[in-house]
Design a protein around this ligand. Structure first.
Ligand SMILES: [Zn+2]
Length: 208
């Protein structure tokens, strides 16, 4: 009995020092005297937790234009992009149809990355021949592309942007009847993309 009591005392003493033991500590809470130090340590976490789980963190695709990981300013983008890349990626422009570098580009392998931030967006085997005048993809690398409703020009379209920098890629259209697995067409400006045959997803980097 005495040995058991000693073990319990040691556990009680040790638990508050471990941040990952919150659940266990809560289970043991009734017999534990709550010290002033514990209250002071716990208090600052309460607002953090309520904001973390509160409704303010609910994803709102219409209002998260400031939440991209790459937060470069327009000045910073202008320093690294060509005027045409800046017009399309950062000002939501569109290249003229049938003029883009990747419009009639059908490699057997490789990755199309964001021309702004280099995030991988599409694999070569996502691309299909649509004859629409711009590169067309039926799917993207998971999570790489974010969708927004675009109500400009009196139409309701779905804009697609790079999930890492918010750079404008083009629009996605659904239900057009193309014989692809998704029946979606990501209509992307070539200017927004940069192709590399050796990928860019980091698979070969371990051998460096
Ligand atoms: Zn990007």
């Amino acid at each position: 009995m005495r040995f058991q009591g000693l073990t319990s005392a040691l556990r009680i003493f040790a638990l508050p020092l471990r941040s990952h033991s919150t659940t266990v500590r809560r289970l043991n809470r009734p017999p534990l005297p709550i010290s002033g130090a514990t209250v002071l340590r716990a208090a600052p976490t309460i607002p953090f937790l309520s904001s973390f789980f509160g409704s303010s963190t609910k994803p709102d695709p219409q209002n998260d234009t400031m939440s991209y990981p790459d937060q470069r300013s327009d000045d910073a983008w202008q320093a690294v992009l060509s005027p045409e890349q800046f017009r399309i990626l950062r000002q939501k422009g569109t290249e003229r149809p049938h003029t883009g570098e990747y419009d009639s580009h059908y490699p057997s392998q490789g990755v199309y990355s964001c021309a702004g931030c280099s995030a991988p967006l599409y694999k070569a085997n996502h691309k299909f021949k649509s004859d629409c005048g711009w590169p067309a993809y039926f799917d993207s690398i998971p999570g790489a592309v974010t969708r927004h409703t675009d109500s400009s020009f009196g139409m309701e379209r779905t804009e697609i942007v790079c999930s890492n920098c918010g750079g404008h890629l083009g629009h996605v259209f659904k239900g057009e009847g193309y014989p692809t697995p998704t029946d979606e067409r990501h209509c992307v400006n070539s200017v927004s993309l940069r192709f590399a045959e050796d990928g860019g997803e980091g698979e070969g980097k371990a051998s460096i």
